[in-house]
Write a protein that binds this ligand. Structure first.
Ligand code: HEC
Length: 113
């Protein structure tokens, strides 16, 4: 074998810049929009499994699971404007990447950070 494919594979799984960027964007959105009500992002992420986050922040429906959850809860009223906005629908996929990255069953060790 002339080319170290295994190395490339490991690197792309671990440190793919695009994925890193998405996780980072999601984390930034979380800090800006969610932390005031929910506290630390990694703790929040670890409170659910990947499957649950994929359901709440589904790419196809632009995260409507999570927005409906908040829009239907009087206690979350201060977040309604955000969850009903284009900004939320745009960052839903980044939020998903961040949550899945640190989900309870992600087994993730932040090796590349
Ligand atoms: C204005 C405050 C507020 C903001 C901002 C807010 N939330 Fe919430 N959130 C709530 C409330 C209230 C509930 C429902 C009651 C509860 O379980 O805490 C809730 C519920 C949730 C749940 C379900 C919890 C469970 O146990 O199933 C998740 C997940 C969640 N929020 C994530 C987020 C994320 C991600 C953001 C940022 C995009 C966000 N929230 C922004 C107030 C907020």
């Amino acid at each position: 074998m002339k080319f170290p494919f295994a190395l490339v594979l490991v690197l792309s799984l671990c440190c793919l810049p695009a994925l890193e960027a998405a996780v980072y964007k999601g984390q930034k959105a979380y800090v800006k929009k969610c932390r005031k009500c929910h506290g630390g992002g990694q703790k929040m992420a670890a409170s659910k499994r990947m499957k649950d986050w994929n359901k709440l922040l589904n790419k196809k429906n632009k995260g409507s699971g999570l927005s409906e959850l908040h829009l239907g809860d009087e206690k979350a009223k201060a977040s309604w404007k955000y969850f009903d906005s284009k900004a939320y629908r745009k960052s839903a996929k980044h939020l998903r990447d961040f949550m899945v990255e640190y989900a309870d069953d992600s087994g993730n060790v932040p090796a590349c950070n």
